[in-house]
Design a binder for this molecule. Structure first.
Ligand code: IPM
Ligand code: MG
Length: 371
């Protein structure tokens, strides 16, 4: 029997509520399997700024590094919006990603069959359903490139001064591209053997390097059908034929944007889990795709399912408990099939609307009921 060390970062807004729910579900996994979880709660984001002045205290990163996996709620909120870049809550996320070497971000956009009507897309477009795995590169590109701001002495065509000039540089090395592409190809092999590489190769040099490396890496995965797609087109195709898309691999910035769009077309961003992974054996970080939703924090309206489903990803990818991951996913489906909803996913007044805690209890009941 193992004892798994889990660093828990509730963060801000609804983060505390949803991580509490997820830990309650993990306790059930412990009961069923005889393993145990040692949770260590640490600060990051706005909560850490308020307590220590630093969005990512050294201790948080240290404890995260020493854990088997990290569970994160969400960071950020209007309270800290006026702070400069490096002191903002979001800096904690970037610091955790870089500090833990989490270069692969897996974001799953699933339209749960029970929530089909929640999608803003027409029925004929949804077709057989939506199940898209977005593999976003997470520690490179424009997020981590050189940036700066300086006064320009130049003028515009009409002679008016340019004033201050800022820059953010997109950089990718072959090594960084190769390792994220491999994650994409491996997932494609486990799924439908189809991989879409999204870029802007008609403009960007980095994208052309992505294509060159893809041509090399694909030789190791001859069964995978590769499609290159410009990001502007990809954003259209997500609305036009989402049911034909399966695994998408892309850069940090494009993945950020497309994953929000993919989440939206499922109609239930409150349901979507994510995993951020580094090299094998290193702790992964698991978090819901939704943010800190400060407007509903403390009201009991938060949907805990994305965080609970993120724990399923944790059990599968970091803790070698794949059977329990399957059970949790099944329990969530069962609860939805029974008609239970949180407010964000309630289709109509007939839905049985539950609070965060009630929904968590229902998932636990459904999990216990599984063979
Ligand atoms: C996300 C978020 C973050 C990002 C922000 C909060 C820094 O939008 O995880 O997608 O841009 O990566
Ligand atoms: Mg984002």
């Amino acid at each position: 029997m193992a004892e798994y060390k889990i660093a828990v970062i509730p963060g801000d807004g609804i983060g505390a509520e949803v991580t509490k729910s997820a830990c309650a579900v993990l306790e059930e996994v412990a009961k069923r399997t005889g393993n145990s979880f040692a949770f260590t709660e640490v600060l990051a984001g706005g909560a850490a700024i308020d307590a220590t002045g630093d969005p990512l205290p050294e201790k948080t990163l240290q404890i995260a590094k020493e854990s088997d996996a990290v569970l994160l709620g969400a960071v950020g909120g209007p309270k800290w919006d006026a702070l400069p870049g490096k002191q903002r809550p979001e800096a904690a996320l970037l610091g955790l990603r870089k500090g833990l070497g989490l270069y692969a971000n897996l974001r799953l956009a699933i339209l749960f069959p029970q929530l089909r009507s929640a999608s803003p897309l027409k029925d004929e477009i949804i077709g057989n359903g939506i199940n898209i795995m977005i593999v976003r590169e997470l520690t490179g590109g424009i997020y981590f490139g050189k940036r700066g701001i300086e006064a320009s002495s130049e003028t515009l065509e009409d002679g008016s001064p340019k004033g201050m000039e800022a820059f953010d540089v997109e950089t990718y090395s072959e090594g960084e591209i190769r390792r994220i592409l491999k994650v994409g190809f491996v997932l494609a092999m486990q799924r439908k053997k189809k991989l879409i590489v999204v870029d802007k190769a008609n403009i960007l040099e980095t994208s052309r390097l992505w294509r060159k490396v893809t041509e090399e890496v694909r030789k190791d995965y001859p069964e995978v059908e590769v499609e290159f797609m410009y990001v502007d087109n990809a954003s259209m195709q997500l609305l036009r034929r989402p049911s034909s898309m399966d695994v998408i691999v892309t850069s940090n910035m494009f993945g950020d944007i497309l994953s929000d769009e993919a989440g939206m077309i499922t109609g239930s961003i409150g349901m979507l889990p994510s995993a951020s992974l580094g090299d094998p054996g290193k702790p992964g970080m698991y978090e819901p795709v939704h943010g800190s939703a400060p407007d509903i924090a403390g009201t009991g309206k938060a949907n805990p399912l994305a965080t609970i489903l993120s724990c399923a990803m944790m059990l599968r990818s970091s803790l070698d408990l794949a059977a329990e991951a399957d059970r949790i996913e099944q329990a969530v489906q069962d609860v939805l099939a029974q008609g239970y909803r949180t407010a964000d996913i309630a289709e109509d007044e007939k839905a049985q609307i539950l609070t965060t805690t009630q929904m968590t209890e229902k998932v636990i009941e459904a999990y216990r009921a599984l063979a």
